[in-house]
Design a protein around this ligand. Sequence first.
Ligand SMILES: [Zn+2]
Length: 262
Amino acid sequence: MPPAGFAGSDLHYYNHGGFGTVRLKQPMILGHEVSAIVEALGEGVEGFSVGELVAVSPSRPCRTCKYCQQGLHNQCLNMRFYGSAMPFPHIQGAFRQSLVADAIQCVSAGELTPGEAAMAEPLAVTLHATRRAGEMLGKRVLVTGCGPIGVLSILAARRAGAAEIVATDLSDFTLAMAKTAGADRTINTKDEPEALAAYSSDKGTFDVLYECSSAAAALIGGIAALRPRGVIVQLGLGGGHEPADDGNHRQGTGLARVLPLP
Ligand SMILES: [Zn+2]
């Protein structure tokens, strides 16, 4: 297996033994943002060749429950998502030397690098979020939290036609990534706690808020800067975190990757 991505949920499992009500009850392999080199094909599998790079979807819906029957595979009642402690026994993850995956989980990655191909899953989350947010053309967008999900949200919003994108975080490093991804303005809310207030006049400025931090303060500040009838897409889900010693809620989780958006 080539290099893979670490998700907020992987870090929560590793550092906290779970998130929200989801708790590890037995050893579990982490990992669900992966690509792979095809080593062998199962009987009857066509359309792939040995040695080919593929992006691997970690979602394995049952395809028989009522939601699967409606085409809402992301809402599957019996989802076997790689590296998930939601069901018991837990679903083992994809950080391993070799993986047996169904052909339907694999998509040829063409000329992408393995790292790029491993980003397909978090990118899909932000593309879905952007679709849920509705028409994006000409919209003013606020992204709170610039971890991978926030940065990919910036790419997705820009690609969908957003006119202006402002991004906030507590880290200059992630804000630099946001800028590279196309944010028009970045704000370090630790250094400039009042900077968002300028967007709150006349009941708020932004049309869409991608909340990607899970920090309560970010959501509260974002709502104040959102215009009436604006849209909030909540991607960050921390779940049961206490504020850190400095009083700040930590940013940078992105559990909408494993908790499907409605
Ligand atoms: Zn199902």
